[in-house]
Design a protein around this ligand. Structure first.
Ligand SMILES: [Zn+2]
Length: 669
């Protein structure tokens, strides 16, 4: 009788070990240096506009306190640390990816100021000496934002002095916060410590109410020093950085002084424990256990990472974003659920990390849906304003939106270049979205020195493959085109596998590549040949219109990565604002012309997508596809759910081209 039980136990152990190993193999892809991938076509135009006439190019005029002065003066500003660092991370990439001289000069000057303010012991943060290493404010978060911006600068310019400065500063931080002086557990004497005050999660409060007691809490953003560790580990191979990331995460999980708790191992291993806290925190924290799953590999990191990304799926709204009008609140991801721009940017980065490590193309699909719908749909096409909060179905974008939920007031929903709320966190973070997208479009295959096109859009990648210089131009107006042509240039003929992702929504896929062997891997076409200058590959997707059931029961229509919506006629009110003595700027309140809160349209119950077809838009502008997209859906819907003869013509636009809109519709009887 004992024998079968014994063998079952052995089998269970083997299965457990196998399952544990399954998530801690080496990463499938390797990121390319930031200067290897350049935007082309509409992405180049959008980033160039953003960096010059757009919000990104003018952010420091509206928020001068986020400039390099905070580092020169060591003024201890958490706002400058976060927003200045995030802005520079996005802006230095915009500058060098487009080559705009004025943008490069502005980014270079900021970097030079920060480097000049580095202290002899290596200190690179913006805190005054008496507040360092005592768990005050968001110390290491501020430091980490400027350091990742400097690492971006190093990869783009090749300036070794920048890397040396960063390494010196990180070595200092690692020597100051350690087992004897833990970053996430208060000790008596800390300025922020009062045992009688209750812990409150910062960032997850609604302004306008009495200021909550924030004393006894360390801000969880500090964990994102792991971004610095990961990048330095990749650049140098020095295990000390990976070990320090493990130390930070272990201490974070162990402490009850730091919040939010969602990404602590105990919460992650409890599948019933929901996401409720601040969305931007959770979105950025996702990539921490994932990094450790691939560098340490031992439990609980692989299971924790798996759980983190699995739980995320409960909170994805139709526009591809994560529920987060500041907090996640365990809200269901209905089409009217809000999402914050910071959360969108951080989620994109965490999904890019998941693509790189797991090689699972579902994460690439999620990125395209997030960036092309939520990301484009919460900004103006000219890049001059963003909405801090937005939603898939959006019926007003105004300063004080009364939704009966938390965190909806104080200008979060209106369009602005520098929201008064949150110190304009979202404006600074929005600068990062497209440059980060560009940098993840192409990666190297870790195993066989191949190249992989993982996220689509007009771009150019230049790198070496088995020692031979290779450039591939990706010609397309994707996501407005279903066809992509890759033109290859090589210094000499060179054989390598070229991997092209196949999105889950693609219908029939055709690949034209003279002389290449084409292997149909799951979610991927692998093309192998001896490539030489003049070779071209064209991949074409036959994207069908797909009807998807949303949480709440309504139906949305999608084609390729794009969610197609009904624009809702609106009028703008221009509000004039000024801030800190800087020149007046404008914000928009956007209100519907109609008082109706339903679209009045019904999709057919059977095959609702069959009533629509994709059609070119005669007004389209190749360079500004989000102002006038080249592909729209025309068709019809019922206006009386009981009457099949009540059909009226309807034109649907990509969500990213609209302000107010209906993203889903009820079905007819
Ligand atoms: Zn924000």
């Amino acid at each position: 009788m004992n024998k079968p039980i014994h063998w079952r136990a052995v089998a269970a152990i083997i299965l457990y070990l196998f399952a544990a190993r399954a998530f801690c193999l080496s990463p499938v892809y390797e990121p390319l240096p930031l200067n290897a991938i350049k935007p082309r076509g509409w992405i180049y135009t959008q980033i160039t506009n953003d960096a010059t006439t757009g919000m990104a190019g003018n952010f420091l005029k509206l928020r001068p306190q986020c400039g390099s002065g905070s580092w020169v003066e060591k003024d201890g500003s958490d706002g400058a640390g976060e927003m200045g660092g995030n802005w520079l991370d996005g802006y230095v990439r915009m500058a060098y990816l487009t080559g705009v001289p004025s943008a490069k000069a502005k980014a270079d000057a900021f970097v030079a100021d920060v480097l000049k303010a580095q202290e002899p012991d290596g200190y690179l943060g913006n805190y005054p000496a008496d507040k360092r290493y005592k768990r005050v404010g968001r110390e290491l978060f501020s430091e980490s934002r400027i350091i990742v911006a400097l690492l971006a600068d190093y990869e783009l310019t090749g300036n070794k002095k920048v890397l040396d400065a960063v390494i010196k500063s990180v070595r200092l931080t690692m020597s100051k916060y350690n087992q004897a002086n833990k970053p996430f557990t208060f000790v008596p004497g800390d300025a922020g410590y009062d045992p009688n005050k209750k812990p409150v999660v910062e960032d997850n409060v609604d302004e306008g109410k009495p200021a909550p007691d924030k004393a006894h809490s360390i801000n969880g953003h500090v964990l994102m020093f792991v971004d610095v560790c990961e990048w330095l580990f990749r650049l140098t191979g020095d295990r000390a950085y990976a070990d320090y990331a493990k130390f930070l995460y272990d201490e974070y999980c162990r402490s009850s002084d730091v919040h939010p708790d969602e990404i602590k191992v105990a919460s992650l291993l409890n599948s019933a424990s929901p996401y409720e806290g601040h969305g931007a925190h959770i979105a950025e924290h996702l990539r921490v256990p994932l990094f450790l799953a691939y560098t340490d590999g031992s439990e609980p990191y692989p299971q924790a990472a798996q759980s983190a990304y699995t739980k995320l799926l409960r909170y994805i709204v139709p526009a591809g974003a994560m529920c987060s009008d500041e907090g996640v609140h365990d809200f269901p991801p209905v089409p009217t659920q809000g999402y914050e721009y910071c959360t969108t940017t951080e989620l994109a980065t965490s999904l890019e990390s998941a693509v790189e490590k797991t090689g699972a193309m579902k994460y690439a699909d999620m990125i395209e849906r997030l960036v092309f719908n939520a990301g484009q749909g919460a900004r103006t096409a000219d890049g001059k304003m963003i909405a801090y909060n937005s939603a898939s179905t959006l019926l007003a974008a105004v300063e004080d939106l009364k939704l009966g939920k938390n965190h909806n007031s104080n200008g979060r929903w209106q369009y602005s270049p520098a929201h008064q709320i949150g110190g304009s966190c979202c404006s600074a973070n929005a600068v990062k979205l497209m440059p980060h997208y560009v940098s993840s479009m192409w990666m190297k295959t870790a195993g066989d020195d191949g190249l992989a096109a993982l996220l689509f859009g007009p771009s150019q990648v230049s790198t070496t493959v088995t020692g031979v210089a290779v450039t591939i131009e990706e010609e397309t107006s994707y996501p407005f085109s279903d066809s992509i042509t890759f033109r290859i240039t090589t210094a000499s003929p060179v054989q390598f596998p070229l991997r092209l992702r196949v999105p889950a929504w693609a219908g029939a896929v055709t690949v034209e590549a003279d002389g290449a062997t084409v292997e149909n891997a799951p979610d991927m076409r692998v093309l192998t040949k001896t490539w030489q200058t003049g070779d071209a590959v064209t991949v074409t997707f036959q994207n069908p219109i797909i009807a998807s059931k949303c949480v709440g029961g309504e139906i949305s229509l999608n084609r390729g990565p794009l969610l197609y919506v009904l624009p809702w006629p609106s009028k703008k009110t221009v509000l004039k604002k000024s801030r800190g003595g800087v020149p007046e700027y404008i914000e928009w309140d956007v209100k519907p012309l109609s008082a109706k809160t339903t679209s009045g349209f019904y999709l057919e119950r059977t095959a609702p997508e069959a009533a629509f077809r994709a059609q070119p838009n005669r007004l389209s502008d190749r360079n500004f596809p989000w102002a006038q997209p080249s592909l729209i859906l025309t068709g019809s819907m019922r206006t009386d759910k009981n009457n099949p003869n009540s059909r009226k013509p309807v034109t649907l636009f990509p969500l990213g081209s609209t302000m107010l809109r209906f993203a889903s519709f009820p079905q007819a009887n």
